[in-house]
Design a protein around this ligand. Structure first.
Ligand SMILES: [Zn+2]
Ligand SMILES: [Zn+2]
Length: 128
């Protein structure tokens, strides 16, 4: 094989010396079809698209509101695609609700309403 043997890169279309191509047994002239810079670029692009397409475009159904939302709407956690099964919006509502039921004021108010009801319905309750 000649030292100045060249090969056209299938990617950039430039006629380059064989030394510009990575060795590959199955390739034409024992080299890859893409030159080294193109191969590197190709691999980088592949890695990039892989990173970008993994779960960002995935839509997940929230188990609370039942809406299909983008994966970014879900917090990371144990669930499908490594996310929680409840969307962030629902989680915020759920957390707010929990906080609400747990406040002493709310508990006291509930108790008040309950005893007021019992008081108002004492006759009915006692009659049973
Ligand atoms: Zn090239
Ligand atoms: Zn939801």
């Amino acid at each position: 094989m000649l030292d100045n043997q060249t090969k056209v890169c299938t990617k950039c279309g430039v006629d380059k010396l064989l030394t510009e191509f990575t060795k590959e047994k199955t390739g034409k002239l024992g080299r890859r079809s893409k030159c080294k810079p193109c191969q590197a670029k190709h691999l980088a692009e592949q890695a990039k698209t892989k990173r970008e397409t993994t779960p960002k475009n995935v839509v997940k159904c929230c188990n609370r509101c039942g809406e299909n939302k983008g994966i970014s709407e879900f917090y990371k956690g144990i669930g499908k695609y490594g996310r929680r099964n409840t969307c962030s919006t629902c989680l915020q509502y759920a957390e707010a609700e929990i906080k609400l039921t747990l406040t002493p004021q709310q508990k006291a108010k509930k108790k008040e309403t309950q005893s007021a009801w019992r008081l108002a319905n004492r006759d009915t309750v006692n009659a049973k």
